[in-house]
Design a protein around this ligand. Structure first.
Ligand SMILES: NC(=O)N[C@@H](CC(=O)O)C(=O)O
Ligand SMILES: [Zn+2]
Ligand SMILES: [Zn+2]
Length: 451
């Protein structure tokens, strides 16, 4: 017989809300039961002193690679969702480039079940657009949408849905159930063997260039297809100033397109590649300072809707290889909020309310996430992140909670630190320490039993 652990009551006392107001939040039976000032510290209540901490709605990542099934040496659903909790995330959308690929109802249901059992975060699987990500035939989109996993986001991420007819058909399909196609915009012919951003630096370093137009031309085609079909399109990891312009134009025409920028494209530039350190190797590549500025402005004016991590764990061997042979990708869940604060809050471009919107509310809306509340409504599942914005520190290995360590921020000073993450009313992170997995799994059981 399993015993159901007691669901504790927490009083988050004196937190600063995204709008700047100070409030107490009462968390009872996994839900927010009161928001106010001077809430009572009754018997059996655990009080968390949130003086000086900003309370954000639990962060939502629309673009995470959890690697399971198939690449468990890099990450598992358990370790990846633990990394999510460490970074203040309470929900993650798991990309489909697993082995087998998440292109059937069976695989997406498996990923969702692994997430539910781990309990660190709500895991929502993304379905592949084409069978095996091969770009040749549409996958079982309808079966995944109507499975227990109720998939709403479809993506061949890692690969571009390059065939225009398949892209059109996938948009037509997802429209029938209010889904969205999330495109990895990369013309494959223009980027064969590409290693870094194309420009003066790629010539100087003798590395094959990756032209901005390879991204921009696909986005331009896709927004026109989305307009033609009347379906929702989402653009993954936008990386160039030109892409921001195309999306701005599409939105001005009323096209239903949304777009994401990654933390690394908002902070880092291509000159880091002079070190030939493969931690900086990523798809799409790090670009120029002008591109970083354009992405920041795009976020500030709403052209770019959200920040998504593109957390891409890779084993040490594949990152210690020489530049050309190393794999593309960086881990990003644990650092995302600190990078966002450093690049956007400290520079005065965004407010905490804006950050709550781009890291929680809007990604939840794009993914049609049910398990979410963005303004601490009474009765909603208590998904809350408490961040200490005054903590400026060196990002080190101790901050990583996933299986892989391919972070470009190790050794860098970043602002802000996640102190607490509450998922379904239970602290998965407390005093900046991630809670042990058996304890979280037991809490997840209790949540399941009561819902
Ligand atoms: N971003 C990356 O560099 N790599 C991602 C794939 C992707 O997001 O395109 C991966 O799966 O490793
Ligand atoms: Zn991608
Ligand atoms: Zn990705």
């Amino acid at each position: 017989m399993t015993t159901t652990p007691a669901r504790a009551t927490y009083l988050i006392s004196g937190a600063t809300l995204p709008n700047g107001a100070r409030a107490d939040l009462l968390v009872q039976d996994a839900r927010i039961t009161a928001v106010g000032t001077n809430l009572d510290e009754g018997l059996g209540i655990t009080t968390i002193d949130a003086d000086g901490l900003v309370a954000l709605p639990g962060l939502v990542d629309l673009h995470t690679h959890l690697r399971e099934p198939g690449f468990e040496q890099s990450e598992t659903v358990l370790t990846g969702s633990r990394a999510a909790a460490a970074g203040g995330f309470t929900s993650v959308f798991a990309m489909a480039n697993t082995m087998p690929v998440s292109d059937t109802a069976g695989v997406v249901e498996q990923v969702q079940a692994l997430g539910d059992a781990a309990g660190y975060a709500t895991v929502r699987p993304i379905g592949a657009v084409t069978v095996g990500l091969a770009g040749e035939r549409l996958s079982e989109i309808g079966a995944m949408a109507h499975s227990r996993a109720q998939v709403r986001v479809f993506s061949d991420d890692g690969k571009c849905v390059h065939d225009s007819l398949l892209m059109r058909r996938s948009l037509e399909y997802v429209r029938t159930f209010d889904g969205v196609v999330a495109q990895h915009a990369q013309d494959p012919r223009l980027t064969e063997n590409a290693q870094m951003n194309e420009g003066a630096l790629s010539s100087e370093l003798g590395l094959k260039g990756w032209p901005a137009v390879a991204e921009e031309s696909i986005i331009a085609r896709d927004v026109l297809l989305a307009e033609h079909v009347g379906a929702r399109l989402h653009v993954c990891h936008v990386s160039t100033a030109g892409s921001v312009e195309v999306i701005r134009w599409a939105k001005s025409r009323g096209i239903t397109v949304t777009a994401e920028a990654t933390p690394h494209h908002l902070l880092l530039t291509e000159d880091l590649i002079r070190s030939y350190d493969a931690r900086y190797k990523v798809n799409p590549p790090l670009r120029r300072d002008e591109d970083v500025q354009a992405l920041r402005e795009g976020l500030a004016d709403g052209t770019i809707d959200i920040i998504a991590t593109d957390h891409a764990p890779h084993p040490k061997e594949s990152k210690e290889a020489e530049w050309d042979a190393a794999s593309f990708g960086m881990v990003g869940l644990e650092s995302a909020l600190s990078v966002a604060q450093t690049a956007l809050i400290d520079t005065g471009l965004l407010s905490w309310a804006d950050l709550a919107r781009v890291l929680s509310q809007t990604p939840a809306e794009i993914g049609r996430l049910a398990d979410h509340s963005h303004d601490f409504e009474v009765g909603a599942p208590a998904n809350v992140t408490l961040v200490d914005p005054a903590n400026s520190s060196t990002f080190d290995l101790g901050r990583l909670a996933g299986k892989s360590t391919n972070s470009p921020y190790l050794g860098r000073t970043l602002s802000g630190r996640v102190e607490y993450t509450f998922h379904h009313g239970y602290p998965t992170v407390r005093a900046a320490q991630v809670a042990p997995s058996d304890e979280i799994a037991a809490q997840a059981e209790a949540w399941k039993a009561s819902n």
